[in-house]
Design a protein around this ligand. Structure first.
Ligand SMILES: [Fe+2]
Length: 395
């Protein structure tokens, strides 16, 4: 549980750190980018109908006249430039084409120049140079032309200075930086505490494991043929539990249980336990009591919940012909079914006083032959998969 929490906290710490570093980098880089940020662009205000959003240039219908001696018609033109954006326009210019013979006689709010019939209007030097965000400026002129004329194409050239204070996402990044940075400050003490607890838990785990192994070794010391049996079985069990997809906590628990699965043998007399020959029938009956005895010994072993039941049933058979209770199929605890296969595998791959270890081909045949009778077929299949992957017995 603690391990899972630790992994989640570490993942959270990595994610929050990444967000913090990224947002911090952006919040530092963006002002530098905006410092030199400038947009230069052109917009064509096509015909007099174009009034939005950047402005218009229209002929004032009430201000048209002729002057004596001049065949051209005079007309007043009123122009506006609107800045609909969030950034100030810092420089602007209006351009349109003059008709044949037309000329501008008077103007206001701009500096007017003409070249090759292209009329250019620049802002006055002393005002209207900048059009603030959302603002509008006006300009106008009197033009003499052979007919009523409205430029069909009016071009607005402009520059904008990009200011970071106008960018909403800059504030979003700043907020993200502050929130993720604060979260880091809150997270770190928790991580340190969890790591400390995890270290203590690891020390406790080592102590438990060594104590259980010491206990198992004490029992096995009576019989050289079973020496190392619990260590090997627990090793195989660990592999099986991992391959069968048990949770990390379950893998840990079944490993401990496998170490002490034969703890009940402590109640079996040395004459039977260390007998160099095959046991007589009555001796075998006594030997078989070790499973139930083991369950009784572990009845109050609260540090390893379920251990008593798992140890009690590690000699049950899948077909119900095992001992001590004749449980059948999935009535037998899963951990017991796994330990049973590992126990059998070790028995077949170890020398006994009455026979040598079996060749691997025969071990495989025995496992298959007893699948569904002595052993859980799912566990046997997993054991066979492990053997196929190059797994070899421990010495
Ligand atoms: Fe046993």
């Amino acid at each position: 549980m603690l391990l899972n929490n630790k992994e989640r906290l570490i993942t959270l710490l990595i994610v929050v750190s990444a967000i913090f570093l990224l947002s911090l980098a952006l919040s530092l880089l963006l002002p530098a980018v905006f410092e030199t940020g400038e947009i230069t662009d052109s917009i064509i205000l096509t015909s007099h109908s174009y009034t939005e959003p950047y402005g218009s240039l229209v002929q004032n219908e009430s201000k048209k006249w002729f002057e004596s001696g001049n065949p051209l018609q005079a007309a007043q033109y009123d122009g506006t430039i609107t800045n609909p954006t969030s950034y100030d326009i810092t420089s602007w210019q209006i351009q349109f084409e003059l008709p044949e013979k037309a000329y501008i006689s008077d103007s206001w709010n701009g500096i007017y120049s003409e070249q090759n019939r292209i009329q250019t209007i620049n802002p006055p030097k002393d005002y209207n140079l900048t059009i603030p965000a959302g603002g509008t400026i006006t300009y106008g002129f009197i033009m003499f032309a052979p007919r009523t004329y409205v430029p069909s194409e009016v071009t607005l050239n402009y520059k904008q200075k990009i200011e970071i204070s106008h960018a909403w996402y800059y504030y979003a990044i700043l907020i993200l930086t502050i929130v993720s940075g604060s979260s880091l400050l809150i997270c770190i003490p928790f991580i340190i505490k969890v790591l400390d607890l995890q270290k203590k838990e690891e020390n406790a785990r080592i102590t438990i494991e060594q104590t259980l192994k010491l206990f198992a070794n004490t029992i096995e010391a009576k019989d050289k043929y079973t020496s190392g049996h619990s260590a090997r079985v627990s090793f195989y069990v660990k592999e099986l539990a991992h391959r069968m997809g048990l949770s990390k906590q379950d893998q840990q628990n079944i490993y401990y249980m496998a170490i002490i699965h034969d703890v009940g043998k402590i109640g079996i007399s040395d004459s039977i336990l260390s007998k160099p020959d095959i046991l007589e029938s009555n001796e075998m009956d006594i030997m078989r009591t070790h499973a139930a005895k083991g369950g009784e010994i572990l009845a109050d072993f609260g540090s390893l919940p379920g251990a008593a039941s798992v140890v009690r049933h590690h000699h049950e058979r899948y077909d119900g012909k095992g001992y001590p209770d004749g449980l059948k199929g999935e009535e037998i605890p899963l951990f017991s079914r796994i330990i049973s296969v590992a126990d059998g595998y070790d028995a077949m791959t170890s020398d006994r006083c009455y026979r040598k270890k079996l060749p691997m081909s025969m071990v495989r045949e025995e496992l298959i032959a007893n699948s569904g009778t002595q052993y859980d077929p799912k566990v046997v299949k997993c054991m066979l998969d492990i053997m196929d992957s190059g797994f070899t017995p421990r010495n």
